[in-house]
Every structure is written in structure tokens, then in C-alpha cells.
Design a protein around this ligand. Structure first.
Ligand code: PLP
Length: 396
């Protein structure tokens, strides 16, 4: 990272951990194809199998149930396009009913396509459990994809309850747990006994970009068929010579986040940031404040400050943050997450996300707060603040 910059965009991607870098470099020096039976091939295979065990441990699963992919987006596409077989004694293969949460990642929305039924969320971004129950009860078993934590707001879904509802109606639950590792008090924050499959992505927890995994709850559960058929790799579920370096890096990162006790520190830093933010802008809206949320994520909006302009000010001041959702075109577009939560227009237009990690410092957060203070000083008078002080003076 460039000297002097404050990187506060860990939910977009986390910096590579030294352990992961070291594993990647070691793997790049291996010549063998992991499918070859000679010593060189076996050395590459050993690296993959070590990583498989480490990723399984992160999720509390078994190594034999891990399928490596090119990232969470591929894993999501594989599950949604190929369906699942073998789970809960049902066949939810291609063409079966699909239900996804309204605030899922763009990868889920795109892979599920127009046939997907959308489970609504409340104003805090939590899945409306009664609505989900009614959807399942009226339409029959479905493949349900719900995220553990939202990448924009950090809001955490109650996966255990959702799993009970889905399983009671004979459905299968796939959890997009991409934002879990390294941010929650348990290694992953969701247990495989609740979900039929869990999806993770290495670069969100200090591994390299472009590698992820699906971890199935048991050895019977598998994809309906491979999204990428090929030479039978990954138990026939993902063809193509494995990305040995990426997989080795993912395994090393998984091992590292399991021993790191980051959440305590993240929680203190984030709380401190939010209380100072409230002092700078008493009319700030912090999204999802009243519900369980990731300890590293703060999505907020200040009346009179537009996200698009603010992002430029942050960047010029050496602070990397993001608006509600990162956008590949580099343009900020209205967040479907905040829209689904029925957030007011000013929140949608002004949402800024600060997301941190174990190496974040108070000084970096202070730098971000300085930018916010400058923007607040320059903004037009806040109607919300004026209304609040009028209320206070009439109450006094
Ligand atoms: N799901 C969630 C919740 C995410 O935050 C992301 C990444 O932004 C993805 C899925 C996609 O992950 P990947 O970058 O590995 O394709």
C-alpha cells in the first residue's frame, strides 16, 4: 500500500496477509501438475490438500467437502445454475425453485436471474422471516441463498433461524459467508450444521484474489453438475488444472484468521469511530445501528453530503473508503441494498462505507474523520439538524 494512505475498504478486499504471500510464492515455485502422479505432481497436490483441510477447518467442515473455485462469484454461479443434489434427501438441481434475499450481493442477483423469487427485508436489512416462511409454504421446496453478512451494511442475518425455516419446508440453504471470516468471533460466524453449503472467498480475509470455495455440509451434497466441466478435478465438480498458488494462499489465510483474535480490536475501533462521527455530525445516519452487525463495518450518511463528491475528497486526502456498493465501472450507482431497505433518498445518495481490519489504526480512522469534519463544515445547513435543535429548544 502507498505510504501515508489509509486503507479503509476491507470489505471490498483485504490486504494480502504475509502468511498467504509466503504460501503463494512457495506454490509458484512448484513445477508439478497436481493431477500428475510423479513426485513433482504429488508436491503440488499436497499443497492443495493442506489448503483444503485449512479451509474446511475455517468453516467447521470436512476437507473432502471443499470445492475450490475462482472466487465467490463462480461458486455462486455454480450453485445457482447447476443446483444441488443429495442434500436433505431432495434434488434441487437445475430448474428448481430459487429464493434469494433482497439484499444479496450482485453476483447472487445476476446468477439467480429473473426466475428467482425475492425474500424481502425490513428497514434494518434483516430478512422478513414471516414472508420467507409464507413463500416456502405456498410454493414448495426451494434452493435458498442468503448472505451471512451484507457487504455494504455489515448487517448479519440470523442464519440458524433461517435454516430452520428452509429445512422445515424441505428446501436447501446456501449461505454466502464471504464477509464472515476475520470479522466475527467464531472463525466463520456460521456453522455448517445450519447450512447445506457455505461459500467463501480468499481475498476478503487476507488471501489472494480470484480464489474461493464452496463447502458442502456432507459428502452426499454436491452440485447438480459442474459449472465448468473438464478433467474431473475437484471430485468432478470443477474442471481445470487447479490454481495451486491461489489455493495455497487461501489455505494459509484461513489458518491465520483462525488464530488471530481480531474482532475484539475491530469492535473497539469501529465503536470509537462511530462515536466520534456522531460528535462531528450529530445528524448522521448509521445504517443497521440497532441490529447485529459486523464489527468492522460502518455505513453512514450525513445530510447534505453526496457520496460521489465525498469519495473524491477522501481519495485526495489519502483515504480509501467506498460508497454503498463498489461498482466495476468506477461510477457510484444507487445501492439496491439500501433501496430494498426503503432507505430515504438522502441516505441512498450519501452512503459512505468505512470497513476496517486487524491492521487498521486509530490514526487512519482519524484521517477519515478529518475529511468528514471538513465536508460537514462546508455543507449547506442541515434541515435534519435544524429540526432537531428546534425540537430541543421547544422541549426545554
Ligand atoms: N458475496 C459477497 C457478500 C461479497 O461481498 C462478494 C465480493 O464483493 C462476493 C460475494 C463476490 O466475491 P468474489 O470477489 O470472490 O467473486
Amino acid at each position: 500500500m502507498a505510504e501515508g494512505r489509509a486503507y479503509l475498504d476491507w470489505n471490498a478486499t483485504a490486504p494480502l496477509l504475509p502468511e498467504a504471500r509466503e504460501a503463494v510464492m512457495r506454490a509458484l515455485d512448484l513445477v508439478g501438475n497436481p493431477s500428475s502422479i510423479h513426485a513433482e505432481g504429488r508436491a503440488a497436490r499436497a499443497m492443495i490438500e493442506q489448503a483444503r483441510a485449512d479451509v474446511a477447518a475455517l468453516v467447521g467442515g470436512e476437507a473432502e467437502n471443499v470445492v475450490f473455485t475462482s472466487g465467490a462469484t463462480e461458486a455462486i454461479n455454480a450453485v445457482l445454475k447447476q443446483g444441488l443434489t443429495g442434500c436433505c434427501g431432495r434434488n434441487l438441481a437445475v430448474g428448481s425453485r430459487v429464493i434469494i434475499g433482497a439484499t444479496e450481493h450482485a453476483a447472487v442477483l445476476a446468477a439467480a436471474g429473473p426466475r428467482a423469487e425475492i425474500a424481502p427485508v425490513d428497514a434494518d436489512g434483516l430478512i422478513d422471516l414471516d414472508a420467507l416462511k409464507a413463500m416456502l409454504a405456498s410454493g414448495g421446496p426451494a434452493l435458498v441463498v442468503i448472505q451471512l453478512a451484507n457487504n455494504e451494511t455489515g448487517v448479519l442475518q440470523s442464519i440458524r433461524t433461517i435454516a430452520e425455516i428452509v429445512h422445515a419446508e424441505g428446501g436447501a440453504l446456501v449461505v454466502d459467508a464471504v464477509q464472515g471470516p476475520g470479522r466475527l468471533f467464531t472463525p466463520l460466524g456460521v456453522e455448517l450444521r445450519d447450512a447445506d453449503a457455505i461459500i467463501v472467498s480468499a481475498h476478503k480475509f487476507g488471501g489472494p484474489k480470484g480464489v474461493g470455495a464452496i463447502v458442502f455440509a456432507d459428502h452426499r451434497t454436491r452440485l447438480g453438475s459442474a459449472l465448468i466441466p473438464g478433467g474431473g478435478q475437484e471430485r468432478g465438480q470443477r474442471g481445470g488444472t487447479e490454481n495451486v498458488a491461489g489455493i495455497a494462499g487461501m489455505g494459509a489465510a484461513a489458518r491465520a484468521v483462525m488464530v488471530e483474535l481480531a474482532p475484539q480490536k475491530l469492535s473497539q475501533l469501529c465503536d470509537g469511530f462511530e462515536s466520534r462521527l456522531k460528535r462531528i455530525a450529530p445528524d448522521v445516519r448509521i445504517v443497521g445501528q440497532g441490529v447485529p452487525r459486523l464489527v468492522n463495518t460502518s455505513l453512514f450518511a450525513v445530510p447534505g453530503i453526496a457520496a460521489e463528491k465525498a469519495l473524491i475528497a477522501f481519495d485526495l486526502a489519502g483515504v480509501a473508503v467506498s460508497s454503498g456498493s463498489a461498482c466495476s465501472s468506477g461510477k457510484v450507482k444507487a445501492s439496491h441494498v439500501l433501496k430494498a431497505m426503503n432507505a430515504p433518498d438522502w441516505v441512498i445518495a450519501g452512503a459512505i462505507r468505512v470497513s476496517i481490519g486487524p491492521t487498521t489504526t486509530e490514526a487512519e480512522l482519524e484521517k477519515a474523520l478529518d475529511v468528514i469534519a471538513r465536508l460537514v463544515a462546508k455543507r449547506p445547513a442541515s434541515p435534519i439538524l435544524a429540526e432537531k435543535s428546534a425540537q430541543n429548544s421547544s422541549a426545554a
